[in-house]
Design a protein around this ligand. Structure first.
Ligand code: ZN
Length: 507
């Protein structure tokens, strides 16, 4: 019976963009501990803990540590969290471990923090304690992560509308494994390519690959999960690419073939993974010429905070001020110095100050003049549905109204502008505007649904991949490099990897 199972749970969530020059230290993380973290969890963690509770497992919560996507995590801080988790395992001696990890966390010392963490956990508990993790599908999943987990699965949708279900499945698989109803075996297939575009799962080539995966899972009763990882593009190590994993109950001689088949579809379809963005001017012309669709929400693809960019671009601000004098809008710019200056000046004061471009190489600050209309500590709660109900912090924030028409939110930390509450919490009413800017490429469409018309703008920055823009020293992948037709093979992953190294399986 599951009542007696003691399951240790924790959450460590960060998507690390190595192109962002600012390291992410402890101050950027929200770290909560103990039973507190079960009170209002969201996403994978909610599904995981809710399902364990419903199964009468005894949940032993350790910590929930998460920060918005940003630069590489300070390694010393990561090591402290790792030791805290290992200490908790030593003292609690759980029957199983369930984690929510992002899967694309890198530190200032290692590009594969999750692999390091899971290897340390496995080394401590040995092969007999199940370890199950639920990941973002943009995980940079590595052989080390797969070798050191029993259950390693991702959510399936981008934008991520199914994270709770992902956590539920991790919990169900852990319980089934503990009860002897599941013998999880994972095979994976890797393709050395990234997706230059077309990353949404509801349409285009990704939708077709997911449909084929569902068909395979339906027709093969041993298959419990097929996860398709669209590797985060802003890491640099030798395992950068698309990964398909199949989790089956016991070894299944058919799954290597299916994993390879799905992986090969990426390569075959690679030329279709393109985005169809508007230029900055096309975006504003659409805003001007389609009043019936206002307000618009313009995705600043290059400065996507949700991909770890700093949020300090002034490109859209300058375009709106210089070329579209009739548009009314709002946008966020990360600039702690300007936020402090405007805050000190106080509500009602007139200010002239340079803003933005403090982090991203090549960006230029913009001088604005306007009236401070709101000052706050920048704390707010996301409307959702993506991460709905979660607390978020922009740090000290000041809103400057420029030209009586553009609300510039100067924030001390990168803002989660993919959610309308970033604006409404600062007194900015969306319905009075022609546009707002979201520094997000996908999830903003969930959170602004019904409230604004989405537009994807092709802007520069470290939040969007374009060939040749950055130097990759370890990674070799299409389209950045000339890649001959790759040999795509299935690999079988074993929790006893140290005794039984990852084996290639011919498909
Ligand atoms: Zn993601």
């Amino acid at each position: 019976m599951s009542e007696s199972y003691r399951i240790l749970v924790a959450r460590l969530y960060h998507e690390s963009n190595r192109l962002n020059p600012e390291a992410t230290g402890e101050a950027r993380f929200l770290v909560e501990r103990g039973h507190e973290i079960l009170r209002s969890p969201s996403g994978v963690f909610k599904g995981l803990t809710g399902t364990l509770a419903a199964a009468d497992a005894v949940i032993e919560p350790v910590f929930s540590a998460g920060a918005p996507p940003s630069g590489l995590v300070d390694h010393v801080f990561y090591l402290r969290l790792r030791e805290e988790l290992l200490d908790a395992v030593r003292s609690m001696k759980p029957d199983a471990i369930g984690l929510e990890l992002h899967g694309a966390m890198g530190t200032t010392a290692t590009p594969d923090a999750e692999g390091d963490l899971l290897q340390a956990l496995r080394h401590l508990v040995g092969p007999d304690i199940p370890i199950g993790i639920g990941l973002d599908l943009h995980a940079h999943v590595t052989g080390r992560m797969l070798d050191n987990t029993d259950i390693c699965i991702a959510c399936k949708e981008n934008p991520h509308s199914d994270t709770v279900e992902c956590g539920q499945r991790v919990a169900e698989f852990l319980i089934a494994q503990l009860e002897g109803r599941l013998n999880p075996v994972t095979v994976s297939a890797f393709v050395p390519m990234t997706l230059p575009g077309a990353q949404e799962t509801a349409s285009g080539p990704l939708a077709e690959i997911h449909a084929k995966a569902r068909e395979y899972a339906t027709c093969n009763f041993s298959i419990k999960d097929i996860s398709i990882f669209n590797s985060f593009r802003f890491v640099d190590n030798d395992e950068m690419g698309q990964v398909v994993t199949i989790l089956s109950d016991g070894r299944d001689s058919g799954t290597p073939t299916l994993a390879v088949d799905l992986a090969k579809r990426f390569w075959t379809e690679r030329d279709r993974f393109k985005d169809d963005f508007l230029t900055v001017d096309e975006s504003f012309e659409l805003v001007q010429n389609s009043p019936e669709k206002r307000p618009f929400v313009i995705a600043d693809m290059g400065d996507r905070v949700l991909a770890g960019a700093p949020g300090d671009s002034t490109i859209l601000l300058s375009a709106a001020l210089d070329h579209y004098p009739r548009t009314r809008g709002a946008l966020t710019i990360t600039d702690p110095t300007a936020a402090a200056r405007a805050g000190e000046a106080g509500v009602g004061a007139s200010v002239t100050l340079p803003v933005g471009a403090g982090y991203t190489p090549g960006f230029r600050p913009r001088t604005i003049s306007g009236r401070v209309e709101h000052v706050s500590d920048g704390e707010f709660v996301l409307d959702g549905p993506f991460h709905g109900g979660e607390h978020s912090s922009m740090g000290q924030t000041a809103v400057v109204l420029v030209d009586e028409r553009i609300h510039v939110l100067l924030t001390s930390k990168p803002a989660y502008s993919h959610d309308p509450a970033a604006y409404t919490s600062q007194g900015v009413a969306l319905e009075s505007l022609d546009f707002v800017v979201a520094k997000s490429g996908y999830h903003f469409t969930l959170n602004f649904a019904g409230r604004a018309t989405p537009v994807l703008a092709n802007t520069p920055g470290v939040g969007y991949y374009s060939k040749g823009q950055f130097k990759y020293s370890k990674s070799r992948f299409w389209p950045e490099h000339e890649i001959p037709v790759p040999e795509i093979v299935a690999r079988q992953h074993s929790v006893c990897a140290s005794q039984n190294p990852v084996s290639k399986v011919s498909a």
